[in-house]
Design a protein around this ligand. Structure first.
Ligand SMILES: *[C@@H]1O[C@H](CO)[C@@H](O)[C@H](O)[C@H]1NC(C)=O
Length: 401
């Protein structure tokens, strides 16, 4: 008996199949098989590249450089020449940069006493009591001196302040002063690395033509791999007119998308550029329109007194973002996806079994064949020893009836 048990350890059990000559279930089964194979091959493998291992943790660095010169002539500043060192803020070539397209300069500000702007509500006053000495003017330009400059022919009806005087005048931009900023170019240098595959590349086309980067301009059709963009083309591809955006300023996102199939080789891994406007103040509402900020430049005269120029600058902020993923053939995801497909086939067979046994008219006879009850009278004793076996048989008999 023990010997028998031991020997049966090395028995191979194989399944017994019942061939159901039923056209409808047969067709159903083939259809299920076909759609599962179609799903596995078409969707999982071809469309979703299920045979590849992917890396979405792209690492990247971006360096920018602008070129172009503009000349402005305003009543405050006179003639000015603007180079990239003047209109790019910050100037060190970062992935987020601001390009000045319009400005208001308030030159020769010195520390002293002058009237607060009538546009500052907290600066309005009727008498000196409203201008408590040493108090800050909320949202204003300085510290109150304690005097109220009443509205007569020479004053404004506002508190006198101590601050940088004269204060900035009211300014409504009409058109961009750096009119040819649309022809400035931005050179975007982008290096990427997919650490999982130790794959690195840059967006600058590898060419032996040394003057390529001096001549080329990015163009979707003609020069898709030239990394030099005209600002006007960037706003156009984001869907906006440069001159409209330049008056009040705005914000543009430049997305560099790397979708690389490394099975196709090094030269087929190339970036695609997308442009979107990020400040959505598209409507003509005057509140919160555009993009501006102030900065100053300080000087000293021969007597050692400090004075400064205050600039209110309007412009376009460019925000360069890099996304990407790479895939390469790997045996593990391939095996997993094939196994998942085979398991789905099993589910299909199970479903057809259910249809055959419980939904077909002749289901009864199929069930009788499939679940064979078996009880050998002469061996009853030995059978009852193994109670679990017997229970199974009884259960199957119950199923039958
Ligand atoms: C920008 O350059 C184009 C051609 O290079 C020229 O026609 C256009 O007038 C320039 N734009 C400005 C505002 O100077």
């Amino acid at each position: 008996m023990a010997g028998n048990c031991f020997l049966s350890l090395f028995d191979y059990k194989t399944e017994k199949y019942i061939v159901a000559k039923n056209k409808r279930v047969g067709v159903l089964y083939r259809l299920i098989q076909l759609s599962i194979i179609g799903y596995i091959i078409g969707w999982v493998f071809l469309s979703k590249k299920g045979y590849q291992e992917t890396d979405e943790a792209i690492q990247s660095s971006v360096i920018t450089k602008l070129k172009g010169v503009s000349v402005t002539n305003t009543s405050e500043s006179g003639l000015l020449v603007w180079g990239p060192e003047d209109y790019v803020i910050p100037p060190q070539g970062e992935a987020v940069l601001f390009v000045v397209t319009n400005f208001l300069e308030t030159p020769n500000q010195k520390l002293g006493y002058c009237a607060e702007s009538p546009k500052v509500l907290d600066g309005h006053c009727r008498n000196d009591d409203a201008c408590e000495e040493g108090k800050m003017v909320v949202a204003g330009n300085g510290i109150m001196s304690g005097r109220c400059l009443r509205k007569d022919k020479n004053s404004t009806g506002t508190c006198e302040i101590y601050g940088w005087c004269p204060i900035e005048r009211d300014f409504k931009p009409r058109e961009p002063q750096l009119a040819n900023a649309e022809n400035f170019t931005i050179y975007i240098k982008n290096f990427i690395l997919f650490p999982k595959f130790a794959f690195s590349k840059s967006n600058v086309l590898e060419t032996t033509d040394g003057s390529y980067l001096k001549k080329c301009r990015h163009d979707e059709e003609l020069h898709p791999y030239c990394p030099i963009f005209r600002l006007r083309d960037i706003t156009r591809r984001a869907g906006y007119n440069f001159q409209d955006m330049a008056t009040f300023g705005g914000s543009i996102g430049i997305m560099i998308q790397w979708d690389c199939d490394l099975d196709k080789g090094y030269s087929n891994c190339n970036p695609v550029y997308h442009f979107t406007r990020l400040d959505i103040s598209v409507s003509n509402t005057t509140i919160a329109r555009g993009f501006n900020f102030r900065h100053t430049r300080y000087f000293k005269n021969a007597a050692g007194e400090s004075y400064r120029s205050l600039y209110k600058v309007y412009g376009i902020r460019f925000n360069i973002m890099v996304h990407g993923k790479a895939g390469r053939f790997s045996i593990v995801p391939t095996a997993i996806n094939v196994a998942a497909g085979l398991a789905l086939m099993g589910a299909g067979a199970f479903f057809c079994d259910m249809v055959l046994l419980y939904l077909m008219k002749k289901g009864d006879s199929y069930r009788e064949r499939k679940f064979e009850g078996f009880r050998e009278e002469s061996n009853r004793k030995s059978l009852s020893e193994d109670t679990s076996d017997r229970k199974d048989v009884e259960e199957q008999e119950n199923l039958k009836s």
